[in-house]
Design a protein around this ligand. Structure first.
Ligand SMILES: NC(=O)c1ccc[n+]([C@@H]2O[C@H](COP(=O)([O-])OP(=O)(O)OC[C@H]3O[C@@H](n4cnc5c(N)ncnc54)[C@H](O)[C@@H]3O)[C@@H](O)[C@H]2O)c1
Length: 447
């Protein structure tokens, strides 16, 4: 068990790491110009004065820039981790020094993970931010009186019964899996309050999921293994936004062959037309050197596939939960397991073959690397910051709308895109008066 330091409204690994964390946050902020502009405006206008934000996010240097922007806007921020292995302990320490209430450390066990969520709920947040929906779904379980070990841990922290959901005006969700979970809850009527689907807005998924996950997943694999991608056969399960980004980056690094495994014919065709082979995992298992899952589904790589794999293959996951590679199957096939390098477990199988598992099957880009590059998170977290401001401004309207999952307003998405272009020095073409009239004519059927 990891030793933690507990203080006045924080629990982290080691407060003495703060100076190192401050440098990391400075580096990220220097590469997040849009969020910096939003922070400057927030500092002047204080749109979040008196608001408590409860956030369950990967505690990285980029998240630090987001929560500091919210704090500059007047919010009090409580932050817990959205994954037990993604917390950057030096960043957590710097945030505590900056007055953010952080409950997160690298290597938290299940008890610590839910204790941290409990501490965020206990702060009576007005707005929640999630990456994977663990915070919202825990609040929903409290609301609907559901039991279970995780809820019991949270209840212990909360000490007393209460309407823990009633302080919340709305929330925003960062990732695909979280949005899928929340839409399912909305359909069955268990969503405790309205949610903005940040993941689904173009300035998020078109950049973060494709190019962010693409680069950082390959980065995680390279940092963990120090392996050459050139010449390898790389198998990517799921040719969605993340999988496509990963496959294109692997191709760009000289992979001899990139294979996509898909269940959706449109996605399979996209892969094929982008020069990627498509086949089922049962066939890909026989030829792949590196396997990467990015589906949001479970058991994508299981026993029957592991039994066919070559000696020395590498398995990594980029999907939100550690369920895509069936770890029980891997354990059952193995006669021994050893951590051969940080974030690399070597499984020796009965027949002498070795299979290497990276980052315990959790998000390899966050466990073995630093998550997405700051400049990509600039857009995702600008969407999140503006979503928080929107929820605060529109809280009365939201209440009337009911507990549904909403798209991020288009003007937020356009603002972020325009500011990012400006920051990158990208100049846009402007329509002439004649062109405007011509297009208007088409729309009105008079052209
Ligand atoms: N690592 C990260 O930093 C990061 C960033 C963003 C999203 N994510 C996570 O990655 C996962 C994928 O996200 P996305 O935005 O690419 O979603 P997506 O819906 O665009 O893509 C998922 C793809 O997987 C396919 N698929 C589903 N089950 C499959 C199976 N059993 N075998 C093969 N293919 C299957 C689907 O058809 C789809 O094309 C989610 O869990 C998401 O939360 C991770």
């Amino acid at each position: 068990m990891v030793q933690t330091q507990v203080g006045d409204r924080y629990e982290i690994k080691d407060l003495s790491l703060a100076a190192q964390g401050e440098k990391a946050i400075r580096w990220a902020e220097d590469h997040m110009p849009v969020l910096r502009m939003i922070k400057e405006r927030f500092s002047l206008e204080k749109p979040l004065r008196g608001v408590t934000v409860g956030a369950c996010l990967h505690v990285t240097k980029e998240t630090a820039v987001l929560v500091k922007a919210l704090q500059a806007g007047g919010a009090t921020v409580y932050l817990c981790a959205s994954n037990p292995l993604s917390t950057q302990d030096h960043v957590a320490a710097a945030l505590v020094k900056a007055g953010i209430h952080v409950f997160a450390w690298h290597g938290m066990d299940a008890e610590g993970y839910y204790r941290a969520i409990g501490n965020v709920i206990k702060a009576h947040p007005n707005v929640t931010l999630d990456d994977g929906a663990d915070l919202v779904s825990t609040i929903a379980k409290l609301k609907h009186g559901e039991g279970g070990a995780e809820v019991e841990i949270v209840k212990k922290v909360l000490e007393k019964k209460g309407d823990w959901w009633s302080s919340v005006w709305g929330g925003a969700e960062e990732t695909t899996t979280g949005v899928i979970r929340l839409r399912a809850m909305a359909e069955e009527g268990t969503l405790p309050y309205p949610i903005l689907a940040t993941n689904d807005t173009p300035t998020k998924w078109e950049f973060d999921n494709i190019w962010g996950t693409g680069q950082s997943t390959i980065d995680g694999i390279m940092r963990a293994t120090s392996e050459l991608i050139a010449g390898k056969v790389v198998v990517v399960a799921g040719y969605g936004h993340c999988g496509r980004g990963i496959a294109l980056r692997a191709k760009g690094l000289g992979a001899r062959r990139v294979i996509a495994v898909e269940i959706n014919p449109h996605r399979a065709l996209t892969a094929a037309l982008e020069g990627i082979d498509v086949m089922p995992m049962s066939k890909a298992a026989e030829v792949g050197d590196i396997f990467i899952t990015a589906t949001g589904c479970k058991d994508v790589i299981r026993k029957e596939h592991m039994e066919k794999m070559k000696d020395g293959v590498i398995l990594a996951n980029a999907g939100h939960f550690d369920v895509e590679i069936n770890l029980k199957d891997l354990e059952s096939l193995a006669v021994s397991k050893e951590e051969i390098r940080p974030n690399v477990d070597e499984y020796r199988l009965k027949d002498g073959r070795k299979i290497y598992l990276l980052g315990k099957g959790r998000l390899v880009n966050l466990v073995a690397a630093e998550g997405h590059p700051s400049s990509v998170m600039d857009m995702s977290f600008s969407d999140q910051a503006l979503a928080v401001e929107w929820i605060v401004k529109h809280r009365d309207e939201l209440k009337k709308m009911g507990n549904i999952v909403l798209d991020i307003p288009k003007e937020i998405d356009m603002t972020v895109a325009e500011l990012k272009c400006k920051a990158l020095g990208i100049e846009l073409e402007k329509l002439t008066e004649e062109q405007l009239a011509y297009l208007k004519g088409w729309r009105e059927g008079t052209a």
